[in-house]
Design a protein around this ligand. Structure first.
Ligand code: GUN
Length: 283
């Protein structure tokens, strides 16, 4: 069984980006990411802090906007408008979830697709589905990078994605399709789930249920990618996959923590660097 080491692979990517950022600096180009957080959700503060740290390591300038919980939708939209027009800013990220008085869809749509490093804008999502250039949601992009850098072929393989969220499941299936996988999406209404997941050469699990996937769901020799992250009753982290139960059945698997998690930030950083290296053209 091969353990897919997301921590090592994400470090490798961050080092490559650090080099690219240094080269860009020599050409007088500075990469800059604006991160907006509304309120003080503790989990969001940890994620935002990690993004800042990654920027510092790579040499990306980061602008942090820590807005009060009672910030109005109009105020937030005005800030996004200002950042859209600021030529020094290459990427804009609004940390989710937002307080309930702010319409998330409206905020996502307000970010210029050319600075949408999260890949959540409908234009970015549309570009992915019709095979055009655009930013791709960081977690599924990270899964593809993990597979490629672990020399796991996708072309022609039976790929099963468990979960259909806009942030992971749907873009994940589009990306696997783009790599010429044969893709099936499963979800809570799928009948005979085990029968479907057992067909998978590559099984990507993003359903948000701790240790849901046991060996009865997995084909012998499959690659299993676990996107879930939970804290169990002993405060230990675990994924959507029961790692100990499936580890002797699979040929490769991501651990939790240290699998998909670290890749999300690495891919966000990659999107920031690419936003300056190439002009995203949506026309
Ligand atoms: N909240 C949890 N994950 C994410 C993410 O990837 N991007 C943003 N903007 N907010 C999040």
């Amino acid at each position: 069984m091969k353990l897919i080491d997301g921590k090592a692979i994400s470090s490798e990517i961050k080092d490559e980006l650090k080099y690219r950022v240094a080269q860009l600096k020599k050409e007088g180009k500075e990469v800059c990411l604006a991160v907006i957080q509304v309120g003080q959700d503790p989990a969001s503060s940890v994620y935002v802090g990690n993004k800042k740290k990654a920027c510092e390591y790579i040499g990306i300038n980061s602008l942090a906007y820590e807005l009060k919980e009672d910030t109005t939708e109009v105020e937030l939209l005005q800030l996004i408008d200002k950042l859209n027009k600021d030529n020094k800013v290459n990427g804009i990220l609004v940390q989710l979830p937002l307080p309930s008085h702010i319409n998330e869809d409206k905020v996502i749509k307000a970010i210029s697709p050319s600075k949408d490093v999260d890949g959540f804008h409908p234009m970015s999502v549309g570009a992915l589905s019709i095979g055009k250039q655009g930013f791709v949601s960081c977690t599924p992009a990270g899964v593809i990078e993990l597979l490629k850098r672990s020399n796991i072929d996708i072309e022609g393989k039976e790929c099963v994605v468990l979960g259909r969220s806009n942030i992971v499941g749907k873009p994940m299936s589009m990306l696997l399709l783009r790599e010429n996988g044969t893709v099936t999406i499963c979800h809570s209404r799928t009948s005979d789930l085990k029968e479907v997941t057992k067909r998978a050469d590559i099984l990507v699990v993003a359903i948000g249920k701790p240790k849901f996937i046991t060996k009865e769901y997995v084909k012998e020799g499959a690659t299993v990618i676990d996107v879930g992250i939970h804290r169990n009753e002993n405060n230990k982290l675990c994924g959507d996959v029961d790692f100990d139960d499936v580890k002797d059945v699979v040929s490769a698997i991501t651990p939790v923590p240290g699998g998909v998690g670290p890749m999300t930030i690495a891919m966000l950083m990659k999107n920031c660097v690419e936003s300056i290296e190439r002009d995203i053209d949506f026309c």
